[in-house]
Design a protein around this ligand. Structure first.
Ligand SMILES: Nc1ncnc2c1ncn2[C@@H]1O[C@H](COP(=O)(O)OP(=O)(O)O)[C@@H](O)[C@H]1O
Ligand SMILES: [Mg+2]
Length: 233
């Protein structure tokens, strides 16, 4: 992927993020002065021990959670200046999210789950249907399109979740421990797929994982340690 990129390529940047949780009288500092730049089409990984704040950081970058202070700028504009309803619509256009636990809708089949982001935007025509079919083929599920989500294995569910995340042609995919519930072999297959497909689609990837081998496969690597984000690549 484009590496050593110019400033113009920057799409998402976190500026001096601080985040703390308060439980009773005690304060947990999760993020202290975190900065991160993401360029168009590049992949970055964020590694760190369980409970160090990886999910919190990913949720803030994706506009799901708010920082106590600091900004997440999208093409130079702070995403948190939007109203919450506007933010959800905006997010569904530019971002795709893959979670550890897949979060498919159990009542729907694979194809209907992949359609869902387009349906939410009120755009479900022939081009979207073709895209959903092509994405499911791309993730190796041509024969399981009509299968109920509940009948799929963990690896298959994660493949559907990958196709769904890509449905609206996002500029950035956020993946929060996407292999965390899978065995080594399935995990490798899912990692290959996420990295290859993001490259094909020129989609930036923010990967959270505690698997060092997977983390090392992204263009740049970061470590979250004692609330600080460090570039380790
Ligand atoms: N909503 C919350 N309220 C209070 N504490 C939280 C909340 N969410 C997360 N935490 C705490 O913040 C820290 C970071 O959590 P998290 O971002 O989920 O870490 P990771 O994803 O690296 O395992 C943990 O100590 C966790 O218990
Ligand atoms: Mg987490």
């Amino acid at each position: 992927m484009p590496y050593g990129m110019s400033k113009d390529n920057n799409i998402l940047s976190a500026r001096r993020l601080f985040k703390a949780y308060y439980i009773g009288d005690s304060k947990i500092d999760v993020l202290i002065e975190v900065n991160l730049n993401i360029d168009r089409g590049e992949s970055v990984s964020i590694r760190g021990e369980s409970g160090c704040g990886k999910t919190t950081l990913l949720n803030i970058l994706a506009g799901i959670e708010r920082p106590n202070s600091g900004a997440v700028n999208w093409k130079g504009k702070n995403i948190f200046t939007q109203k919450p309803a506007q933010m959800a619509d905006w997010r569904s256009i530019f971002f795709g999210i893959i979670f550890q636990s897949y979060y498919l809708i159990p009542e729907l089949n694979a194809l209907e789950n992949v359609y869902m982001p387009a349906r939410i935007r009120g755009e479900l025509g022939i081009p979207e249907e073709n895209r959903a079919h092509n994405l499911l083929e791309r993730v190796g599920l041509r024969k399981r399109m009509k299968s109920s989500a509940t009948t799929l294995s963990g690896g298959e569910r994660q493949r559907v979740a990958i196709a769904r995340a890509l449905m609206n042609k996002p500029a950035v995919i956020f993946a929060d421990e996407p292999t965390g519930n899978l065995d080594e072999k399935n995990g490798e297959g899912i990692m290959d797929l996420i990295l290859d497909i993001c490259e094909e689609e020129n989609t930036a990837l923010v990967l959270v994982t505690h698997n060092k081998k997977f983390a090392n496969r992204t263009d740049r690597q970061f470590s979250l340690h004692e609330s600080k984000l460090e570039n380790i690549s």
